[in-house]
Design a protein around this ligand. Structure first.
Ligand code: GLN
Ligand code: ZN
Length: 742
């Protein structure tokens, strides 16, 4: 072994949308025809130059981590695993056809990247997918960094994770799994690694995040075979992130890879495992001690202790982020409005690079993280939670609630409703922006929003919907809206994080004890209810989703933080009920997202997540109905958790998966009502009444006529009224058709 690969400091990946979201703007200009391919490439080069400038404080600089859309899609193109329907004469057109679809073809499916809010594109792999090496992007970005005099390290998604993240292509035979193709794929990886080596690359990072999940012996055998084949072609650093390698750790080490990058934030168990393995002092270990998933300053003293534990085992130790820094915003310096005691405790990507460099420097600072200020604690929240007791999460039995609710709010079979938001028009956004910038006074803003609520109510009455909503015009975002009103939260000015493609989100920061100081939604719901005799649903975001889409304090268990958020919501639920609201919907679209990657943590997660929901909702009378809404994923893994929410009605995304959720619910403990979405609101296509009626018939056949609601898949805020009005008219008509058949 040599010492040339003894990297001291590095990051596993870096934000790639630009510190001012320059790439987002360029992409959107390109897609709308305002910027040609050359202009887009110039914008991309500028973003890469900025990334390299930031990363140049490191000894080893990751390259190839830039992307025009998604790194899994980049890997699919690097191995030429491009579906026939996405092949175009022009490579960029082909790439965006796969990412977003075009007139000729539907895009690849998009799904959550592990337990994050990043979404990747799912490669489609069949028995005859003809892999071929296309190392162009990887080589070019490597050379670009090297020309700046940097010690560049190409990064690719590893072959095992690539196939485990893929799905079988249409037409693949029953039982085919993408991993069956590992042998062929590894030969193509060998070619790519060789091409990079010829270009001058030494160490090459292959990301195997899928090895942070439970893997079968067969999958581990594939890992062993793949890496035994590849170790001869390059010096390979295998990186995980997203948890411990666990059973994969010895397999990788035995395969003879040059080095291994451990997630020592979420996967600290790997450190014990490494100590137990009695590894050689030549083993190259990169200690991922700087959290790539959260925005808190690193406790340098604690991190240094973990690095020392690794140093006790081997002579070749590096310091890095625990995962790619993709999941954090670029620069804390852009935040000028944060309270100083909060800002002093934060580190975004640029600050994390400095921490990594400091930890790699034997004489660098080793400051422990200061304790949170006392002012961030709220003794009354803590004592209320301690006093809640077991009754906090128990309601009357469902049958009793159902009868009481039917008496209070009589509804026809297959009641029609929507998920909450109505289109967020340009005028609404402008009004919110003007209000935020102080250009519109509160009274005018409120009047504008009330006019919108009135219009939305009138529209729903005209359409003949049964349960109405106020339309959520006042909400910028379903989490931020609440974060802005709860204590213990801060919001950022420019803390953007890529969610997928050009789409970025700005997660609030949950830093202290959470409490509600005043009603957050009651005036809007009450106003809407004052305009109609039909029931108007109250509309809240649930505790798990608020946590999932925020940066959350890491100084206490998530479960405890969830309970605090739940308690604040419980007060809001009580106030809505006291104001006469008969139906309250608490959305939990992220329930699946926080499910732990490994099975071992799942039971505990299900228990605290569902208890938090019940703390929020179980204070109501039996005749007040609790609804919930779930979307953005498949729910097979959390059906029991959905049952444990103990909601009276669950609306759930179903149309894209062709009502698959009905099969999941079959035989599950879930007994209350379901609104399987019959209109895919993520697509501009408007289904007609016949199509929605057919979906409702499937639901009625599976669940019986008394348990089915008719609703879209999700909120309507991203759609236009031209789509929404005909679709909802069709939905009401579909419910009428199917009711008549009963
Ligand atoms: N009530 C929210 C809305 O309609 C729910 C959004 C969501 O599920 N993501 O917009
Ligand atoms: Zn939804």
């Amino acid at each position: 072994m040599n010492n040339r690969t003894a990297v001291r400091s590095t990051a596993l990946g870096y934000p790639r949308i630009g510190s001012n979201r320059e790439l987002k703007r360029a992409l959107e200009a390109h897609w709308s025809g305002r910027l040609d391919a050359a202009g887009l490439e110039r914008a991309g080069a500028a973003v890469r130059a900025e990334m390299l400038g930031d990363l140049s404080v490191l000894d080893s600089v990751p390259t190839g981590v830039f992307s025009y859309y998604d790194h899994v899609l980049d890997t699919a193109f690097a191995v030429d695993a491009v579906a026939p329907r996405h092949r175009r004469d022009d490579e960029l057109a082909s790439y965006f056809a796969a990412a977003r679809g075009d007139a000729a073809a539907a895009p690849l499916e998009m799904t959550k990247w592990f337990d994050t809010n990043y979404h990747y594109l799912v490669p489609e792999i069949g028995p005859s997918t003809a892999f071929a090496a296309r190392p162009g992007k990887a080589v070019a970005e490597f050379l670009e960094a090297r020309e700046r005099g940097l010690d560049a390290r190409p990064v690719l998604v590893g072959p095992v994770s690539f196939l485990l993240l893929a799905k079988p292509a249409d037409g693949a035979p029953e039982g085919f799994r993408p991993l069956d193709r590992i042998g062929d794929l590894v030969e193509v990886y060998a070619e790519i690694l060789t091409a990079l080596g010829r270009a001058g690359a030494g160490l090459i990072q292959l990301d195997e995040p899928a090895l942070a999940a439970d893997r079968t012996p067969e999958e581990l055998a594939a890992v062993a075979a793949a890496y035994r084949r590849l170790v001869g072609t390059a010096e390979i650093l295998v990186a995980g992130g997203y948890g411990p390698f666990g059973e994969s750790l010895p397999v990788l080490l035995e395969a003879g890879v040059e080095g291994i990058a451990l997630d020592l934030v979420r996967g600290r168990a790997d450190l014990d495992a490494l100590e137990a393995l009695d590894v050689s002092r030549e083993t190259f270990v990169v200690a991922g001690v700087v959290d790539g998933r959260n925005i808190w300053r690193t406790d340098l003293a604690a991190a240094a202790r973990d690095v020392e534990r690794v140093r006790a085992l081997t002579d070749r130790v590096g310091v890095a982020s625990s995962s790619s820094l993709l999941h954090v915003p670029v620069d804390l310096a852009a935040e000028t409005d944060l309270a100083p005691e909060l800002a002093a405790r934060l580190a975004f990507a640029r600050q994390k690079l400095a921490e990594i460099a400091a930890l790699a420097d034997p004489d660098g600072p080793r400051d422990a993280r200061p304790a949170a200020p006392d002012a961030w604690r709220d003794a009354s929240v803590r004592s209320r939670l301690a006093g809640l007791g077991a009754d906090a999460d128990r309601r009357a039995p469902y049958a009793e609630r159902r009868a009481a609710q039917a008496e209070r709010v009589p509804l026809p079979p297959l009641p029609t409703t929507t998920i909450g938001s109505f289109p967020q028009t340009a005028e609404l956004r402008q009004a919110r922006a003007a209000h935020r910038q102080g250009l519109m006074i509160d009274a005018d803003y409120r009047a504008r929003m009330r006019a919108e609520v009135a219009a939305v109510i009138a529209e729903q009455e005209r359409l003949g919907l049964d349960v109405l909503v106020h339309g959520e015009p006042e909400r910028n975002d379903m989490v931020q809206y609440f974060a802005e009103q709860l204590t213990g939260f801060a919001t950022t000015a420019a803390g953007w994080v890529q969610s997928y493609g050009s789409r970025c989100v700005r997660p609030p920061i949950l830093f202290g004890d959470v409490a509600r100081t005043a009603p957050m939604t009651v005036p809007w719901t009450s106003y809407a209810q004052s305009l109609t005799a039909k029931p108007v649903k109250g509309m809240l975001t649930g505790p798990v989703t608020i946590l999932a889409w925020s940066f959350v304090r890491d100084d206490q268990p998530l479960a405890d933080t969830a309970d605090q958020v739940a308690l604040a919501l419980r007060d809001e639920v009580a106030d809505l009920e006291a104001a006469g609201t008969a139906i309250i919907q608490v959305d939990e679209p992220a329930l699946r997202e926080l499910l732990p990657v490994r099975a071992a943590g799942r039971a505990a997660y299900r228990a605290w997540a569902t208890r938090a929901f019940r703390i929020a909702t179980a204070g109501v009378r039996p005749d007040t109905a609790i609804h919930t809404h779930l979307c953005y994923s498949e729910f097979g893994e959390v059906i029991d958790a959905i049952a444990a929410l103990d909601a009276d009605v669950t609306s759930i995304e179903a149309s894209r998966s062709k009502m698959e959720v009905l099969a999941d619910l079959d035989g599950a403990a879930y007994r209350s009502a379901v609104g399987p979405g019959v209109w895919d609101i993520h697509s501009p296509r408007v289904p007609d009444a016949a199509e929605m009626a057919a979906a409702l018939r499937l639901a009625v056949a599976a669940l019986g006529p008394d348990r089915v609601w008719a609703n879209p898949d999700c909120g309507l805020k991203t759609r236009r009224y031209e789509e929404v009005l005909p679709a909802l008219a069709g939905l009401v008509e579909a419910a009428r058709l199917v009711r008549a058949e009963a």
